[in-house]
Design a binder for this molecule. Structure first.
Ligand SMILES: [Mg+2]
Length: 269
């Protein structure tokens, strides 16, 4: 799970100060943000209940995910959430929100690790969006990320992953990071930010290059690097020691404990 966290940390200082430089420096002020917090919330929801659901179990399961989002929000209220999510998280009652932003996709990495078949991954991702990102684009983004992680961790080739995701989700993935970098800009909608995040992984040679691709597109850097980094860890199964060292000291200890517990159960290959 740390691949997603580290991407978030490395991208954090470039979300509002975009860079197009692939060789950007890791900034001392880098820190974890909402992407890590919400990824940990999904880990916790799965650790509490790892059971499969059926088509009619989505609503009940959705409640469990939503409860963790609210819980983690209250523990880390200043992690950089979007205003729509903050409003939702602070409300006492549980209301459905139909966001098409990438907040559902940024926290979907654990779902790709925890379940044994792609249909279950699809259902769980849908449940994880039910209360916050119920717009069809919000759901599509979360499902695409979770499926990419699922395929990557099962050793599927990049070409298979590209073909599967573009056919199942009708995403255009037929370009490289370098090709879109000059014209790419900040937009946190799923439709605009999730496909390029997946491309940043497809177009990488290792974990670090996936994250560098994502940050240097000059868009929603922390979220895109969280997604690309999450898929890249599942695929390469290796993160350089310097990156671990740099990022570990910048992540809250309790988030790290949740991720470790999750990895022990679901990512111990
Ligand atoms: Mg963020």
């Amino acid at each position: 799970m740390f691949g997603a966290f580290y991407g978030d940390v490395i991208g954090s200082e470039y979300e509002n100060a975009c860079t197009k430089d692939y060789d950007f420096p890791l900034k001392r002020e880098s820190h974890f943000t909402d992407d890590s917090v919400m990824t940990a919330a999904v880990c916790r929801a799965i650790l509490n209940n790892g059971e499969n659901i059926g088509r009619f179990g989505i609503r009940k399961r959705a409640f469990e995910y939503a409860a963790q989002y609210k819980q983690y929000y209250s523990r880390y209220p200043h992690a950089g959430y979007g205003s729509m999510f903050s409003r939702w998280a602070k409300e006492k009652s549980l209301r459905r929100q139909f966001s098409y932003a990438n907040g559902g996709a940024m926290r979907a990495v654990p779902i790709g690790y925890a379940y044994d078949d792609i249909e279950q991954v699809m259902l769980q991702a849908k449940a994880s969006c039910y209360y916050t990102h119920a717009h069809r684009e919000g759901i599509r983004g979360a499902q695409a990320v979770a499926c990419a992680v699922f395929l990557a961790r099962h050793g599927e080739s990049k070409e298979h992953i590209r073909k599967f995701i573009s056919e199942k989700f009708r995403y255009d993935l037929d370009y490289t990071a370098e090709q879109i970098r000059p014209e790419y800009s900040f937009d946190s909608s799923c439709e605009y930010s999730v496909p390029p995040s997946i491309v940043c992984f497809l177009d990488s040679a290792d974990y670090e290059s996936a994250v560098r691709n994502a940050v240097s597109l000059g868009g929603d850097a922390d979220t895109m690097a969280c997604i690309a980094g999450g898929i890249a860890e599942a695929y390469y199964k290796n993160i350089p020691e310097e990156i671990r060292r740099f990022c570990d000291s910048r992540i809250d200890i309790s988030l790290k404990e949740t991720a470790r517990e999750f990895d022990l159960r679901y990512n111990n290959t």
